[in-house]
Design a protein around this ligand. Structure first.
Ligand SMILES: C[S@@+](CC[C@H](N)C(=O)[O-])C[C@H]1O[C@@H](n2cnc3c(N)ncnc32)[C@H](O)[C@@H]1O
Length: 208
């Protein structure tokens, strides 16, 4: 069995049912009524929060068990949510499509990140935003959650390079306390990124 299906195979929501703090803080940056894609969305807490804020949200994850719980959470909160079971190693994100892409603790191997990150840039519509939080390699010493394999842990330098085509509005590596269900608990080393794809008008005016 997929280890994520196993982890999500209990009634309890492993990361809780409340949204991630960084997403909650940055959600107002998403254009109103946007199409939003949440990558590696698991049991759906972030997607359901954004759907309740009036966005049309797709929750993508490789775990069918996690996404079934996401659908249940959406139904319990009375919001619409599209779920898509897919492995990002095979999936191709539609270009020029989303007002926001959300990646919260979606830890992919570095080789896969280098394929998915350019797809994120292409998939954002002009003016669309990327909201991204992940653990960094220093998190391994904290032991308060997240992967133990450093190859799954990006750095701010990597994200600045991969998302150089976007305007970086907030990009920091920092330590913060994370409490999310049974999965994340305590002082943590993270990278946070808020970035916006330039509007076509900005690109054209910079070109003259
Ligand atoms: C730490 S959980 C985070 C879940 C959710 N974003 C949250 O904050 O509650 C990481 C999620 O990434 C998903 N994931 C990992 N690799 C993936 C891949 N290659 N394709 C799709 N989903 C993936 C896992 O199934 C898991 O649900």
């Amino acid at each position: 069995m997929n280890p994520w299906d196993e982890r999500y195979g209990k009634d309890e929501y492993y990361y809780g049912t409340e949204p991630n703090d960084f997403l909650r803080d940055q959600a107002a940056m998403i254009p109103a009524g946007a199409d939003v894609l949440c990558l590696g969305e698991g049991e759906g807490r972030n997607a359901v929060f954004l759907a309740a804020a009036g966005h049309r949200v797709v929750a993508l994850d490789q775990s069918a068990v996690g996404l079934a719980k996401a659908a249940r959470l959406a139904a319990a909160r009375g919001v619409a949510l599209e779920t898509r079971v897919a492995d990002l190693a095979q999936y191709r994100v539609d270009a020029d499509r989303y007002g926001a892409i959300v990646s919260i603790w979606c830890h992919l191997p570095s080789a896969l990140r280098s394929r998915v990150h350019p797809q994120i840039v292409a998939a954002l519509a002009p003016g669309g935003v990327l909201i991204y939080e992940a653990y960094v390699p220093a998190q391994i010493a904290h032991g308060t959650g997240g992967p133990r394999d450093p190859d799954l842990l990006p750095t701010l330098a990597e994200l600045r390079r991969d998302f150089a085509a976007l305007d970086i509005l907030h990009g920091v590596e920092c330590e913060r306390v994370v409490h999310e269900g049974a999965g994340h608990h305590g002082m943590s080393a993270v990278v946070q990124l808020l970035a916006r794809k330039p509007d076509r008008a900005d690109v054209e005016s910079n070109a003259v």
